[in-house]
Ligand binder design. Structure first.
Ligand SMILES: [Zn+2]
Ligand SMILES: [Zn+2]
Length: 168
């Protein structure tokens, strides 16, 4: 949803509040595409300081499904966003969420979500992940695969040993 800021800009110290729905149904960036499960309306407070300088405050609650880093099961992650910024609409440099005299609320929220994106997501602290052999969810129980993999340090010792053997 885009908000036209022309009217807000027409008078100094103009202040207004609006509520707009979030239109995007997924968050897509380099890490993938994550469905938006639920979103409150976005509360936007706009204050025109003077000469195109706007204070923009927004708040929203958004739930996004993000897969667990270990077992890939989707986790419903809640983001409680609340931010404030000042932009200058008469300046040269404008952020990506300002298009001409329009404020692109979805884009603004997208930007905030990325800032708050968790670096790690686990369905639970001790998630056992998936079996590297058969892909079974190990939280559901053992699959019975032989998961013995050679420790890389052991592999290095093995190499030295082999070299010694061939040199003699
Ligand atoms: Zn997990
Ligand atoms: Zn397995």
């Amino acid at each position: 949803m885009k908000i036209d800021l022309t009217e807000a800009m027409s008078v100094d110290h103009n202040e207004w509040h609006t509520e707009v729905p979030l239109e995007m149904d997924s968050i897509s960036f380099v890490q993938g595409s994550f469905p938006v499960e639920e979103a409150s309306p976005v509360n936007v407070d706009i204050f025109h300081v003077k000469d195109g300088r706007m204070q923009i405050k927004e708040s929203a609650r958004i739930r996004v499904a993000i897969p667990c880093d270990r077992c890939l099961r989707p986790i419903s992650q809640e983001f409680v966003l609340e931010a404030e910024r000042e932009v200058n609409l008469s300046g040269e440099e404008r952020p990506a969420y300002i298009e001409g005299t329009y404020l692109d609320v979805d884009r603004l929220i997208f930007h905030e979500l990325l800032l708050h994106w968790p670096s790690k997501i686990l369905c639970r602290e001790d998630c056992k992940g998936i079996c590297p052999v058969c892909g079974a969810d190990l939280n559901q129980g053992e699959c019975g695969c032989d998961k013995q993999v050679l420790d890389p340090r052991m592999a290095a010792i093995q190499d030295i040993f082999n070299k010694f053997q061939s040199g003699s």
